[in-house]
Structure formats: structure tokens, C-alpha cells
Design a protein around this ligand. Structure first.
Ligand SMILES: *[C@@H]1O[C@H](CO)[C@@H](O)[C@H](O)[C@H]1NC(C)=O
Ligand SMILES: *[C@@H]1O[C@H](CO)[C@@H](O)[C@H](O)[C@H]1NC(C)=O
Ligand SMILES: *[C@@H]1O[C@H](CO)[C@@H](O)[C@H](O)[C@H]1NC(C)=O
Length: 559
């Protein structure tokens, strides 16, 4: 009894002690994680420009602006969405790039692959000196501390940073060129994105033959560009994709799960999907339309690529059939640059009826809404939007994954074929072949994507991943601030700058970096040993053979 009371007392005392300890913790001091960094000037540069290249960079810049830094945007044309970022000053490189001037980068091209650089090279060479001067002058005029360049087809921006010895952050959504992995390739090289289950010959073709072919195709262009660089006292370098030895940090706007997994060095960071904090709402008409339909297909292709009259009409016909079959009950098609005469005048669905395309295009069909532009994220984010038919550009893919919307992908060019394959392997999409568009194929695939339980599960999984990873744009801004901080301590870029992030192999050269000399030594040792043993055996055999004739002689003598 007494013992019990004692235990009770002890417990109460202990409780009191614990309580006072918690009270004492309120005196703790808050840890400070802020950098002591004065406001800096950052230049965002993109030659190709346009929403898909510039928007995610501006979304990262928006965070830096909130932290007190100044941002100027140097790009082709007049980037209109910059109105969403009113504090960003704009300097134009010249008129907006018209893709049709670039040798017709349209779906009429059989393959949009590495050879397509031929269509671009004239334009890139022609614009190099103008762009280089404009990037350089803008950097001087605005006293730029850091270049944030889109890393694809933007050599002038990368070179200007290099010549001015300014820290350079590269940006792209395309991992293949900057961080090659032995088990990955890309349809741009006429290979599959994953070589995991490829045969020996396929891996040989994709790791040796195709890259060599690409280098040969690019060689004359690289040569010309390097000659041009010489005029501006820029050392030769790679073309089109940026040289990691000149880039302090490379930000990849993608995320593993969509991108096939691989390891990355610390100076290449995947920080995507970068998405804006806010998005424009549905227009009242679209809102009414989508609310009134329970299974909506949203259709939008990029502004850059267009398809043929025949293919447009096939798409339209498959939508009408899918509605007739009650697979979907509504379609929203953002036609963007596709003009309204890019269709046959009449459609002939399989039910024998005849439909005037003009009536659909004039929004007289009760279940099809044709709009010029749609607030894409808002459409995808609506629970009634069940499927997205897209070209598979990185921005659209990110939005679709974020909202858990399965995709039917019609890749038209550049990174889109690879994106389609990655989405298929993530189990959230099926893809169409632009050269063999077929109404029944489209309908069958829509049916699978709408019904399959695995697709729904995978879409949920990818949605979770995209949501978590979308927070990493703050990490991107933090990393850029670190580079600004580190370079301000160093008074710019000097020897040893950012060695804490650059893996040593980049400084050790190809042979030492890959320990090829060590493996070579092992090979020589093994060959030497094997050779020695073989030589010994050879000597032994000769010795035996030499003795044998005498024993034969003896034998013959005995006989
Ligand atoms: C789609 O367009 C391409 C390019 O014009 C064409 O070659 C192809 O035949 C079209 N596909 C079909 C099924 O008509
Ligand atoms: C890529 O994979 C697909 C199947 O996913 C296959 O049909 C196609 O032939 C492959 N392409 C190449 C170039 O291996
Ligand atoms: C390759 O094959 C393995 C085993 O069948 C499978 O688990 C994996 O998903 C395949 N990879 C690809 C990219 O198809």
C-alpha cells in the first residue's frame, strides 16, 4: 500500500518535471536560415521564347522577385504572358520566331529528329551575332549578376555569360542531352527512351551508331557556329544544348516518375514540374459547358505544330463518333492556330449521317465547344474533364499529371515522341501515330483510357508525385540564390568556383575521370598473366615434344 503511494508520488513528480521542461522549451531561439544576400540583377534569356520555354523560368523568377531581386527577360518577340509578371522588364531580340520559316517544322515532316537541326541551323547562324550582342549589351546595361538561360538552341545567351564571366544557370525540361544515361535514349535518335529490355544490337545502335550519326550531321553546323564564335572571341564549345563545364547549375524542369529514373550529379538538379502559383479561371461559358457534361474530352495541341486537313478531319470525326457511342459526352477543343478551314467541309460518321464541319466550328453542336484559347489548367483541373488529347509538350504533360488526367498523346515533334513513351511507361497514356491516324484506333484508345482501372490508379499516383515535386521550384530559387551568394564572395567566377557541386570527373578528363587507365592496367596485367601462362604451356609442350621423338626412337629400337 505504502509502496503504491510512493509510486504515485513519483509519477506526479515526474509529470511535473516533464511539464516544466516543456515550458522551458518555449525559451528556445529560432534558427535563422536566411542568406545574407543583397538584391541582385538576373537576366532570363531564351532565343526561341514562347510560353513553353519562358513561362516556367518566369515562375522561378517570381520567387526571386519576391525575395527582392530584379529580373529582366531577353527573348524574341514580345512575350505577352509577361503581363502576369509586371515587374519583369523586357528586352526583345527581334521578331517572334515563325516556325514555318524554319524549314516547315510541321507534322508533314515524317520524322522530327536530330536531322531537323538542318531546318534550324540557317536561322541560328543568322541570328547569332545579333543575339550575342543583345545579350551582352543587356547584361552590361542592367548590371547583370547572373544569367538564367534556356539551354536549348540558345548558344548566344550561354556564350554571353561565359565571355562576361558571369555565373550561368541553364534550364530545360529535356534531360537526354545534358545528362545521358547508358540505359536511356530518345526517339529523336530513332531509339526508344528506355533501353532496359533492348537487345545487344539495339543498345549498340543506340549508344554508338546513332550518336555518331548525329555528330556527323551536326558537324558542319557546329563548325560554322564555332567560326562565328571566333569573331567574338568566344572559345569553341558544343552547340545547341549547352556545355556543362560552362554552366554553374543546370535545372531540369521534370521529375522522376514521368522522366525515367537515373542518378544525377549535384550540378544538375531536377526541380520540376514548375507550375505557377495561380491560374486563370474558366470563362463562364466554358464553366457552364463543362458543368453540364460529366465526361469531357479536352483537346489542345501546341501552338508550334500544325497537322493536315485530312488528319484534323479524322480527329473531329472520332470525337463525333465517341459522343455518339456515349463514351464521352462533351468535347472542348482549343483550336489555337489551327484555322477553321483546316477541315473537310463535311464529315461522314459511321452511323450514316452527314455533318457539316462548319456547324461544329460555329459551336452549333450541343456537345462540342470550339474555342480559340482555353484556360488549360482550369479545364484539366475540373473533375468532369476525364481525358486530355494533347501533342505531349512538357508544359501540358506537367499540368495533366498534376491534375491526374489521363492522356491520349499525338506527338508531332521534338521532345514529344519521348514524352509520349514516358507517359505510356508510367501507365497514364496511350499514343497515336501522326502518320497513321485512324478513327477506330483513336476511339479504341479513348475507350481504354476512360475505363481501365490501372490507368486511374496510375494517374492518382502521378498526381501525388507531381504535387509534391511542384514545391521544388523554391529549391530552384534557393539554388540560384546560392550561386549568386557564392559568386559574390568570389567576385565572380574564379578558379575553383562551385567545385563543391561539380563532380571531379569533369575536371579529371575522360580517361582519368572514368578510371580507364586503371582498367587498362588491369587488362594489361591479365593479358600479361594469360600470355605468360600460355607461353609457359607452349614451352612445356615443346619440351615434351622434344623428348618424345627420342622415346619413339627408343620404342622403334626395341621393336
Ligand atoms: C496525317 O498527316 C500526315 C502529314 O501530312 C500524312 O502524311 C498522313 O498521311 C496523315 N495521316 C493520315 C492517316 O491521313
Ligand atoms: C520502341 O518500343 C515500341 C514498343 O513500346 C516498339 O513498338 C518500337 O518498335 C520501339 N522502337 C524502337 C526504335 O526500338
Ligand atoms: C523490362 O522488363 C522487365 C521484366 O519483364 C519489366 O519489369 C520492365 O518494366 C521492362 N522495362 C521496360 C522499360 O519496358
Amino acid at each position: 500500500m505504502i509502496k503504491n503511494h510512493f509510486t504515485l508520488l513519483l509519477s506526479i513528480l515526474l509529470l511535473l518535471y516533464v511539464n516544466t521542461a516543456t515550458i522551458a522549451s518555449q525559451d528556445y531561439i529560432r534558427r535563422n536560415a536566411d542568406l545574407d544576400l543583397s538584391p541582385k540583377n538576373i537576366l532570363i534569356g531564351s532565343y526561341i521564347g514562347g510560353r513553353s520555354h519562358v513561362k516556367p523560368m518566369l515562375d522561378i523568377a517570381a520567387i526571386l522577385i519576391e525575395r527582392g531581386h530584379n529580373v529582366i527577360l531577353v527573348t524574341s518577340g514580345n512575350y505577352t504572358p509577361a503581363s502576369e509578371y509586371p515587374t519583369v522588364k523586357q528586352v526583345s531580340l527581334g521578331p517572334t520566331i515563325d516556325y514555318n520559316d524554319m524549314g516547315g517544322v510541321t507534322s508533314s515532316q515524317k520524322q522530327f529528329d536530330y536531322t531537323a537541326i538542318k531546318a534550324f541551323e540557317g536561322q541560328i547562324l543568322k541570328s547569332y551575332s545579333n543575339n550575342f550582342e543583345k545579350f551582352k549589351n543587356a547584361a552590361k546595361e542592367y548590371n547583370i549578376d547572373l544569367f538564367f538561360c534556356h539551354a536549348l538552341v540558345n548558344d548566344a545567351c550561354l556564350d554571353a555569360a561565359y565571355v562576361l564571366k558571369k555565373p550561368l544557370v541553364g534550364f530545360s525540361s529535356y534531360a537526354q542531352m545534358v545528362a545521358p544515361a547508358t540505359y536511356k535514349s530518345d526517339p529523336i535518335l530513332h531509339c526508344n527512351t528506355s533501353l532496359e529490355n533492348a537487345s545487344f544490337f539495339e543498345r549498340f545502335r543506340c549508344t554508338i551508331i546513332q550518336p555518331i550519326k548525329m555528330v556527323f550531321t551536326m558537324y558542319p553546323f557546329a563548325n560554322q557556329l564555332n567560326n562565328m564564335r571566333k569573331q567574338f572571341n568566344v572559345e569553341s564549345s558544343s552547340v545547341g544544348t549547352g556545355d556543362l563545364r560552362r554552366i554553374s547549375l543546370y535545372l531540369l524542369d521534370t521529375f522522376f516518375g514521368f522522366e525515367l529514373p537515373q542518378s544525377l550529379p549535384p550540378n544538375i538538379q531536377e526541380i520540376g514540374p514548375v507550375l505557377p502559383r495561380e491560374y486563370p479561371p474558366l470563362t463562364p461559358e466554358l464553366s457552364d459547358f463543362i458543368n453540364a457534361h460529366k465526361r469531357v474530352l479536352y483537346v489542345a495541341f501546341g501552338a508550334r505544330f500544325t497537322t493536315t486537313v485530312e488528319n484534323n478531319s479524322k480527329l473531329m470525326q472520332s470525337f463525333v463518333e465517341a459522343i455518339n457511342k456515349n463514351m464521352i459526352d462533351g468535347v472542348v477543343w482549343a483550336l489555337s492556330q489551327t484555322s477553321k478551314d483546316a477541315f473537310y467541309p463535311t464529315l461522314n460518321p459511321t452511323d450514316g449521317s452527314q455533318i457539316q464541319t462548319s456547324s461544329i466550328l460555329n459551336n452549333e453542336h450541343p456537345h462540342i465547344r470550339i474555342v480559340k484559347f482555353a484556360p488549360q489548367f482550369a479545364v484539366l483541373n475540373h473533375p468532369n474533364t476525364k481525358l486530355f488529347l494533347s501533342h505531349g509538350g512538357a508544359g501540358s504533360v506537367h499540368e495533366s499529371l498534376y491534375t491526374g488526367t489521363p492522356m491520349l498523346v499525338l506527338p508531332l515533334g521534338s521532345d514529344q515522341m519521348g514524352n509520349a513513351e514516358k507517359l505510356e511507361s508510367a501507365g497514364v497514356a496511350l499514343s497515336l501515330n501522326k502518320m497513321k491516324l485512324d478513327v477506330n484506333d483513336i476511339i479504341n484508345k479513348m475507350d481504354i483510357l476512360l475505363k481501365d482501372e490501372n490507368v486511374k490508379k496510375n494517374a492518382k499516383r502521378m498526381e501525388a508525385l507531381a504535387k509534391i515535386d511542384s514545391k521544388r521550384k523554391y529549391r530552384a530559387a534557393d539554388s540560384i540564390e546560392y550561386i549568386l551568394y557564392s559568386s559574390s564572395l568570389n567576385e565572380g567566377i574564379s578558379e575553383g568556383y562551385l567545385n563543391e557541386w561539380a563532380p571531379a570527373d569533369s575536371r579529371m578528363g575522360f580517361i582519368r575521370g572514368n578510371n580507364l587507365d586503371v582498367y587498362g592496367a588491369i587488362l594489361v596485367t591479365i593479358l600479361g598473366l594469360v600470355g605468360g601462362i600460355l607461353w609457359g604451356i607452349f614451352k612445356l609442350i615443346r619440351f615434351i615434344v622434344k623428348r618424345n621423338p627420342s622415346s619413339d626412337d627408343q620404342k622403334s629400337k626395341r621393336e
